[in-house]
Design a protein around this ligand. Structure first.
Ligand SMILES: *Cc1c(COP(=O)(O)O)cnc(C)c1O
Length: 963
């Protein structure tokens, strides 16, 4: 028997619940950190950070260095918060409907890291699975709306409507100044449209669309209608649309996808844009988000469509392959002339909605819609028996009830039964049914509406009656979703395998590191993800009475305080649902601040040439004039140029938008001076916080010169990328800007909504709350330190193979580094794209390609990657450099080499092999790959072919059979 002694003695076992999460989140172990520091030539993390961060901003962090909580403690704490949300049955409607997330989609997609940890599919060869799911989404939208083309999601219905407004403005034949918005649109849509119209000088006219039948349409460049309307009306818009077209105006229709399974699609009555929310296709209410909005239009308008579009192309073998089409990077190309600033969208949610349609199929969807409508019809008849009047002659699932008793009494009775109706006015309430309703729900509603002693209607008797209440002239006549994919996966086994098959085609964080500069792909810990699918967070309606969402109130209050501490700002708004939207909200706050001081003429926004494309695109949306500031040879802002432009525009200077640490991956020394130059001339500093992962706990933008910043919670703060969304882009502001943060009809401050829901993508906020709670100030600081260490470690290991383009004064980088591959192009003909594709053969997703400098790779390893993984990446890069050397010296052919032909598919190996290098070199360039290998499903994708032959929907089935 071995002696139980030495370091196994009981006394050495800690009984405290010390934080165990920090070393789970941070990849490198203590000994690894020592070894990494040795390579950078520092003897401690503090010493390294001291030489990276300029002394002018060092120590500006106000983060308390608290200890974090363990995973189980934090989960218990957030469970207690969740319990403060009350779960009422919701009949509020207004764009948000309870629904069932099919369990196999919940488990195999929403809760599956293979789906939620994926990045935006810019590298199509490793993204065929999620691209296919998005193509299904586009097809679903095209078919249900009756339009020719649809994008792969927008942020929410209200912002999609605002995009439709500017879209109509660009494309309308007439050059009129006003946009007509039907008063029957959802109120939150109206609010966001008002916010968006104001800085652009667009006049918004809100009115009754029935009235428009008699009015002249001259003066409108576009109309926005809702179908069915927010109150439940289903108007026949055919004539109005025709008259609008005669007047040279365009028509956008906000439509409900479930209703469109039964109603004539807007495309068939002439709509130019159809938009809306796909929430009720399987996505929980989540207190307002995240949900996928959709946007569909005519083929001839495709080049102006906001958001991303998945298209069919071919790979180098001529085999069909998917990729993002045309305007993929349009902000980076068109800058302030971009059609929209949308970058991160709602891919994960769009994929849930698309799989909901795949699982149910056309007949299943129609059944769901029919059931909802039937129940609504029965409900309405019963309400009429009880003496209430229904305002709609025809409806789908929503009606306005003129109540026989004061509406307040009905609402109180509903509340007693834990039911939410939609309050309209003293005499009316609104209500909506949905797929989760049953006979019992209808009977409960009758009880609520019944007066004392009134007998309840007989459900069975009413159900036996025939007939529906859809408008006969507007019934859907056309089939939809006749494609194989929507007719094959209706049993769970098949769906499970389809989801698995698609996930297997993709590279996400569950397979290997994704070293994306500027996009911070770090661990999305399971403990952080667990709360988001709890019903206490998922089943809350965004417009439920405030006392029901006390848990959310606590969560958002605490999170705002945490983020203020992390950034040094005084106030925070969680409403923007992506970084781009945060930028927009931030610039609006700056604009409103200037106006409040009688300086409305301040409209110039200085933006360095290296800025992320969303910056100039956003400035334009905020009604500002963009003036570009040069960068110097070291990649820093050219301070002399900045000073001269700030001086030249000093009477009109509104803001500087600057990213820090810079998009070049460097802590610029001049930052405080730059901020001073702007402030001295009356401007405000918008500090783009996408690179906050280098700063949390080390220095605070709110303390060294920023007036406002957005954070990307889906970068720095652990919300997963979801394959291109969801995101959260909160903004922090100094106190003087706090009065100008976004408001909402359901918040204390009513004006200035930038999202449909008061807290944007509320249901994913628990992820960030958990992360901060578990890391504590101490862990967060250490995360930033290790992120910086890892980037410097990679820079050191790779610099003799690929020059590091920019470093700070001391030869160090921040949390990312740019590898310069441009010289290799001259010496070998090998391009940055060849290297990116060759990395796939090694099982890696390429780093950020050609941003912010063409011909380079920007590598951001993050603190979550272990030293083993960093080394594996470096070794792949070095191996690739050796291959390039072989091309340079002629031992590999300059055209037929493994780089030019990358990535290599399994299918290539079985045919005849007539390359001038071996099969082994093609697919097993490193021996370790024999044990674990990612096989790309397609060869290199031809982008040009896809744009010339644009196809954005699933191939139709010519011989259609369904069991
Ligand atoms: C990612 C990013 C943005 C945009 O954020 P989204 O959430 O994608 O809209 C803006 N600026 C920088 C520097 C970024 O890296």
């Amino acid at each position: 028997m071995p002696e139980p002694g030495g370091d196994m003695s009981n006394a050495s076992i800690s009984l405290s619940t010390d934080n165990t999460f920090i070393p789970r989140h941070i990849g490198p172990r203590e000994s690894d950190i020592k070894a990494m520091l040795a390579l950078t030539g520092h003897d401690s993390l503090d010493a390294l950070i001291d030489s990276v961060i300029p002394s002018s901003i060092k120590g500006s962090s106000v983060m308390e260095l608290s200890k974090g909580q363990s995973e189980s403690e934090a989960l218990a704490a957030i469970k207690a918060i969740a319990a403060n949300n009350q779960l009422f049955r919701n009949h509020i409607g207004q764009g948000y409907y309870p629904c069932h997330t099919p369990a196999p989609i919940l488990r195999n997609l929403l809760e599956n890291p293979a789906w939620y940890t994926a990045y935006t599919p810019y590298q199509p060869e490793i993204s065929q699975g999620r691209l296919e799911a998005l193509l299904n989404f586009q097809t679903l939208v095209i078919d249900l709306t009756g339009m020719e083309i649809a994008n792969a999601s927008l942020l929410d219905e209200a912002t999609a409507a605002a995009e439709a407004m500017t879209f109509c403005k660009r494309l309308a034949k007439n050059k009129a100044a006003a946009f007509f918005v039907s008063a029957a649109c959802h109120p939150q849509t109206l609010d966001v449209i008002r916010t968006r119209a104001e800085p652009l000088g667009i006049e918004v006219v809100v009115g009754d669309d029935a009235q428009l039948a008699n009015d002249s349409l001259e003066g409108y460049f576009g109309l926005l209608l809702q179908y069915p309307a927010s109150n439940g009306d289903i108007a026949d818009h055919r004539e109005l649309v025709q008259r609008a077209h005669t007047a040279g105006a365009l028509v956008a229709v906000a439509a409900d996808l479930l209703a469109l399974t039964l109603l004539m699609p807007p495309g068939e009555f002439g709509a130019d844009v159809v938009l809306g929310s796909a929430q009720r296709f399987g996505v929980p209410l989540g207190f307002g988000g995240p949900h996928a909005a959709y946007f569909a239009t005519r083929d001839s308008f495709k080049r102006d469509m906001p958001g991303r579009l998945v298209g069919v192309s071919i790979d180098r073998f001529g085999k069909p392959a998917l990729r993002l089409a045309m305007q993929t990077r349009e902000q980076h190309i068109r800058r302030e002339k971009a059609t929209s600033n949308i970058c991160t969208a709602q891919v994960l949610l769009a994929n849930i909605a698309s799989m909901y349609a795949v699982y149910h199929g056309p007949e299943g969807l129609r059944q769901i819609a029919r059931r909802v409508h039937r129940l609504t019809t029965i409900l309405v008849q019963g309400l009429q028996q009880l003496g209430h009047r229904i305002e709609q002659a025809s409806f789908f699932d929503t009606v306005s009830v003129v109540t026989a008793r004061p509406a307040a009494d009905i609402l109180a009775a509903a509340s007693n039964s834990r039911i939410n109706l939609r309050p309209l006015d003293e005499a009316r309430v609104g209500l909506s049914l949905d797929e989760t309703c049953e006979q019992q729900s209808v009977e409960t509603l009758w009880q609520i509406f019944a007066g004392a002693g009134q007998p309840l209607p007989d459900f069975a008797a009413l159900a036996a009656g025939s007939g529906d209440c859809l408008p006969a002239a507007l019934l859907r006549q056309t089939a939809f979703l006749q494609h194989e994919v929507f007719n094959r996966y209706h049993c769970e086994t098949e769906l499970m395998r389809y989801l698995r098959r698609l996930a297997d085609k993709d590279l996400a964080l569950d397979r290997s590191m994704i070293a994306l500069g500027s996009c911070t792909m770090k661990l999305n810990a399971a403990s952080e993800m667990i709360p988001i699918t709890w019903p206490e967070f998922g089943a809350v309606h965004p417009f439920a009475p405030a006392e029901q969402s006390q848990g959310y109130q606590q969560l958002t209050d605490e999170l705002e305080a945490m983020l203020c501490a992390a950034t040094g700002y005084d106030a925070m708004s969680l409403q923007p649902n992506a970084g781009s939207q945060g930028e927009y909200a931030g610039l609006l706050a700056i604009r409103a601040y200037h106006v409040s001081r009688g300086e409305a003429g301040r409209d110039v926004c200085l933006i360095p040439s290296s800025a992320h494309g969303t910056n100039p695109a956003t400035a334009q949306m905020a009604g500002m004039r963009v003036v570009v500031v040069n960068c110097d040879v070291r990649g820093n802002v050219d301070v002399a140029d900045l000073q001269s432009k700030a001086e030249q525009h000093k009477d009109h200077l509104a803001a500087l938008m600057i990213t820090y640490p810079s998009t070049h991956g460097v802590f610029e020394d001049g930052i405080t001076r730059i901020c001073d130059i702007i402030h001295a001339r009356g401007g405000q500093v918008y500090l783009d916080g996408a690179n906050m992962n280098a700063m949390v706990g080390l220095c605070a933008p709110g303390k060294f010169g920023g007036d406002v910043s957005h954070l990307n919670l889906h970068k720095t703060f652990c919300i997963p990328h979801g394959g291109g969304g969801p995101g959260v882009g909160p903004i922090g502001v100094k106190a003087h800007l706090a009065p100008f943060l976004p408001g909402h009809g359901h918040m204390a401050r009513k004006q200035g909504a930038v999202s449909a829901a008061p807290y944007g993508s509320a249901s994913i906020l628990p992820i960030t709350w958990m992360y901060i709670r578990m890391m504590g100030g101490e862990g967060l600081k250490r995360a930033s330190q290790v992120a910086i260490l890892s980037a410097n470690y990679i820079a050191r290991r790779l610099e003799e193979h690929y020059p590091v383009l920019y470093t700070g004064e001391n030869g160090l980088v921040a949390h990312e580094c740019i590898l310069d591959l441009r010289p290799l192009k001259d010496s070998s003909g090998i391009s940055v794209e060849d290297v990116a594709k060759r990395l796939i053969d090694f099982g890696f997703h390429a780093p950020t390609m050609s941003f912010p400098v063409a011909g380079t790779l920007m590598v951001e390893p993050t603190e979550s990657e272990s030293k083993e993984e960093l080394d594996r990446f470096c070794e792949a890069m070095i191996c690739i450099r050796d291959e390039i050397r072989a091309v340079e010296n002629g031992s590999l052919d300059k055209d037929d080499n493994p780089l030019k032909n990358a990535p290599h598919c399994a299918s290539e190996l079985v045919g005849e092999w007539n390359h001038r290098y071996s099969r082994e070199l093609a697919v097993y360039p490193q021996d370790t790959l024999r044990e674990s290998k990612y096989w790309p499903p397609v060869g290199r994708v031809d982008n040009v072919y896809g744009d010339r032959n644009l196809a954005c929907a699933c191939p139709p089935l010519s011989t259609y059979q369904d069991a």
